[in-house]
Design a protein around this ligand. Structure first.
Ligand SMILES: Cc1ncc(COP(=O)(O)O)c(C=O)c1O
Length: 406
C-alpha cells in the first residue's frame, strides 16, 4: 500500500484485505493448484474439498436453508446478476427494479427491454434514499416475474427494506432477487428472513476476498436457466449441460485461488463478527458526518440516518464538479474516493446531481482510522473554503439538496 494513502473507496473494492487472505490464496494455489472435480487424485480432492468448504461457509453466512450445492460461484456480482436476470425472464414478462440499483442490474434489464420484449418498471426512492415497499407492491402486474433490488445503495449507503419487499413478492408469487454486493460482510444477511429467492454477492467488497470472486444462491424450487454451457468435468458423455447445481450455473474451471482467499476472508469475518465490524465502521461514519455537516458549502445526500445504512457517503461542494473535489482530495490530502455516477446513474438523475457530474463518494472499510476521518474532513473543509462557492450555508443532507442548491 502506498505510504500515507487514505483509502476511502471500499464500496468499489475493499483495500487492503485482512491478514492472510492473499497469502492463503497463494499458498493454496502453490500446493493444490489443480483442477477440482476433474480427477480423483489426492491433489484434486484437496482442491475440491476447499471449494466445497467455501460453499458451505457462504451458504451458512447467508442464512440459506437449502443445500450448499445451490451456492454457485461466478466472476463477481455483475456476472451473478446477469445470470439471475437473464435466466429467469422470457419475452412477455415484466420485471421490477429500483432507481437505487447498480448498472449491473440496470443494464441487463435495459438490454432485455430493448431487444428481448421484457417490460420494465423502475420504482423510485424517497427523500431518505429508501424505496417504499408499497410502491413495489403497486408496480406488480399479472405478468410480473421478477423483482430485483439492491440491499444497500452503493451511491448513498441507504439500506433498502428487502424484508418487506420479500414478503410482498412471496405473497404475490413473484421471484425476489437481492443484490447484496454492498451489504454482505457489513450487515447480517439472512436469506430466509428476507424471503429472497436468489441472492447475488460479490467476494471482493465487504466479504474481503480477492477480485474475480462472487456468486449467487438459488433457493430450491426457483428455476434459473443457464446462460453458458459446458466444461463441468462431470458426465462428459451427455451433450446436454447438467441440470444439477452447482454445475447448472457454473461453466468451466473456476477461480480456485480467489475462492481460497475468499474462504480465509470468511473465517476472518466470522472471527471479527459482522455486527462488530458494522458498529465500528458506523462510528467512523458518524464522525465523518458530524465533521462534514459543519462545513460551509458541503452538500450531503441522504445522510440523515446512521442505523439503517452502510458506511457510504455522497457529497458535493457547492460550485465545484465532483471530479475536481475528488482530484484535490487525492492530490492534496492523499484521500482516495470515487467520483462521478458510481455506476448508479438513476440515483443521480433523481438527486439532480448530474450538473456536478455526480458526487464524491467516501466509503469506509474495516481498516480506516479516526485520524484518517479527520484528514478527510479537513480536506473537504479546505477545498470548500478555497475553491467552493461561499454563502450557501452548511451541509444539507436530504436527497433534494442537490436540486435546491446547484
Ligand atoms: C450494489 C452493487 N451491485 C453490484 C455491483 C457489481 O459488483 P462487481 O463489480 O463485483 O460485479 C456493485 C459494485 O460496485 C454494487 O455496488
Amino acid at each position: 500500500m502506498m505510504p500515507n494513502l487514505i483509502y476511502m473507496d471500499n464500496a468499489a473494492t475493499t483495500f487492503p484485505k485482512p491478514p492472510n487472505v492473499l497469502e492463503d490464496a497463494l499458498a493454496f494455489y502453490r500446493n493444490y493448484g489443480v483442477n477440482p472435480g476433474r480427477s480423483g487424485t489426492d491433489l484434486a480432492r484437496e482442491a475440491e474439498a476447499m471449494v466445497a468448504e467455501a460453499r458451505v461457509a457462504l451458504t451458512s453466512f447467508f442464512g440459506a436453508a437449502g443445500s450448499p450445492d445451490r451456492l454457485v460461484f461466478t466472476q463477481n456480482a455483475s456476472d451473478a446478476l446477469n445470470i439471475a436476470i437473464q435466466g429467469t425472464l422470457q419475452a412477455g414478462d415484466h420485471v421490477i427494479a429500483t432507481l437505487v440499483d447498480h448498472n449491473s442490474v440496470l443494464r441487463p434489464i435495459y438490454h432485455l427491454s430493448r431487444y428481448e420484449g421484457i417490460d420494465v418498471t423502475h420504482v423510485a426512492f424517497g427523500a431518505d434514499g429508501v424505496v417504499d415497499p408499497e410502491d413495489v407492491a403497486k408496480a406488480i402486474k399479472a405478468n410480473t416475474k421478477l423483482v430485483v433490488m439492491t440491499h444497500a445503495s452503493n451511491a448513498l449507503g441507504t439500506v433498502q427494506p428487502v424484508q418487506a419487499v420479500g414478503a410482498i413478492c412471496r405473497s404475490r408469487g413473484v421471484i425476489f432477487c437481492v443484490d447484496v454486493a454492498q451489504t454482505a460482510g457489513v450487515l447480517p444477511i439472512d436469506m430466509e428472513a428476507m424471503q429472497a429467492d436468489i441472492l447475488c454477492f460479490t467476494g471482493h467488497k465487504s466479504l474481503m476476498g480477492p477480485t474475480g470472486t462472487g456468486g449467487m444462491y438459488v433457493r430450491e424450487g426457483i428455476s434459473v436457466a443457464p446462460l453458458r454451457y459446458g466444461g463441468t468435468g462431470v458426465r462428459s458423455e451427455y451433450p446436454d449441460h447438467l441440470d444439477e447445481y452447482p454445475w447448472r450455473l457454473e461453466c468451466g474451471t473456476g477461480n480456485l485461488m480467489g475462492i481460497a482467499g475468499l474462504l480465509t476472508a470468511q473465517k476472518w469475518l466470522l472471527r471479527e463478527g459482522v455486527e462488530k465490524i458494522h458498529a465500528r465502521e458506523m462510528a467512523l461514519f458518524a464522525q465523518l458526518l458530524n465533521g462534514l455537516r459543519n462545513i460551509e458549502g458541503c452538500i450531503l445526500y441522504c445522510a440523515e440516518e446512521t442505523d439503517q445504512r452502510v458506511p457510504v457517503l455522497s457529497l458535493n461542494v457547492a460550485g465545484m464538479t465532483a471530479n475536481n473535489v475528488g482530484t484535490l482530495l487525492d492530490v492534496k490530502f492523499n484521500v482516495a474516493t470515487r467520483t462521478g455516477l458510481q455506476c448508479a446513474p438513476k440515483v443521480h438523475e433523481r438527486l439532480g446531481t448530474k450538473a456536478m457530474k455526480g458526487t464524491v463518494r467516501l466509503s469506509l472499510g474495516p481498516f480506516n482510522t479516526e485520524a484518517q476521518i479527520e484528514t478527510a474532513i479537513e480536506g473537504v473543509r479546505d477545498i470548500a473554503k478555497r475553491h467552493g462557492r461561499t454563502g450557501g450555508g452548511v451541509g444539507i443532507s436530504t436527497c433534494d439538496a442537490g436540486r435546491q442548491r446547484n
